[in-house]
Design a protein around this ligand. Structure first.
Ligand code: R5P
Length: 289
């Protein structure tokens, strides 16, 4: 097996290869003067299974992924596994209004067309997996998040909304602490309302877990509700730290005790690695469905 890293996932791809004890190649990617992507795999030939690690977000990274995949196939790669640490467009997984595309399904169809199997991590909704026809596996970052927070005095793990309740349960059970979820109403792309916390938060060190932080609106509102309810400290951990604009700065300068995310996207907060989880799955033949 050879692991090829795209430009969105250099550090993670290298770490996955280290965990697998296999060769790592960084695709050399640059841009033509008109902005089009150029990429090259510095290798005479490839054989056997090739794992390409690259996000589909932002849009340019999807094109880079497709080009790397073609370059790998041209060099003779046998089976191609695409590891997509952060799967863009996962939140547009249904038609919210007439006339819209089902973007998540479009992304799945593209991946189906270009590779033999797909590995994702904490897709926004499990149901998106139904759009794949090729073997696929959605891995969970809960184990890595729980390991990171074990021994850090967390009393309660909370999800900011019902949609993330299962993630809070998974992390809470692994840490051996109680879990629950808040009630969120989305008002717009940047605004959310979180209902006052009903659980006992008084004097507790609380960890909020979510699949992603984008604008940070959800986490800021959740943290405010928890402080209002008497929480002693509020930390946050998400799988995908998108941090649109200055979201990370805003979160870091808020009253949150810590902002942590997995290395599916690179940022100053991505200090939880999912490399081992991915490598173990690849080692085990993927255990796709
Ligand atoms: C929503 O259902 C997701 O799980 C996240 O809570 C949400 O996408 C985070 O977005 P933002 O940081 O912009 O509030």
């Amino acid at each position: 097996m050879i692991v090829i890293g795209g430009s969105s996932s250099v550090r993670l791809a290298r770490e996955i290869a280290e965990n697998l004890g296999c060769e790592f190649i960084q695709a050399s990617t640059s841009r033509f003067p008109d902005g089009e992507c150029y990429t090259k795999i510095e290798k005479e030939k490839l054989e056997g299974e090739v794992v390409i690690v690259q996000n589909t977000y932002p849009d340019g990274n999807l094109v880079e992924m497709l080009l790397i995949r073609d370059a790998a196939a041209n060099l003779g790669a046998g089976k191609i596994t695409m590891v997509v640490p952060y799967f863009g467009y996962a939140r547009q997984d249904r038609l919210f209004k007439p006339g819209e595309p089902m973007s998540a399904r479009v992304m799945c169809r593209i991946l189906d067309a270009v590779c033999d199997r797909v590995v994702t991590i904490d897709l926004h909704k499990e149901s998106t997996l139904d759009f794949f026809t090729h073997p696929h596996k959605d891995l969970k970052a809960a184990g890595a998040i729980a390991d990171f927070f074990k021994g850090r005095g967390i009393d309660l793990v909370l999800a900011p909304d019902a949609g993330a309740a299962g993630r809070a349960e998974d992390v809470g059970k692994r840490m051996g602490v109680p879990h629950d979820h808040l009630k969120k109403t989305r008002l717009s792309g940047t605004e959310v309302r979180i209902a006052p916390a009903e659980m006992d938060c008084e004097g507790k060190n609380i960890l909020i877990v979510d699949d992603m932080i984008s604008t940070g609106g959800t986490i800021m509102a959740a943290a405010a509700a928890l402080r209002e309810a008497g929480a002693l400290s509020v930390s946050v951990a998400c799988t995908h730290g998108v941090f649109v604009g200055n979201a990370l700065d805003k979160l870091n300068s808020s009253a949150l005790s810590g902002v942590h995310c997995c290395n599916t996207l690179d940022s100053a907060a991505s200090d939880i690695s999912v490399a081992k989880i991915i490598a173990e799955n690849l080692k085990g033949g993927c255990r796709c469905r």
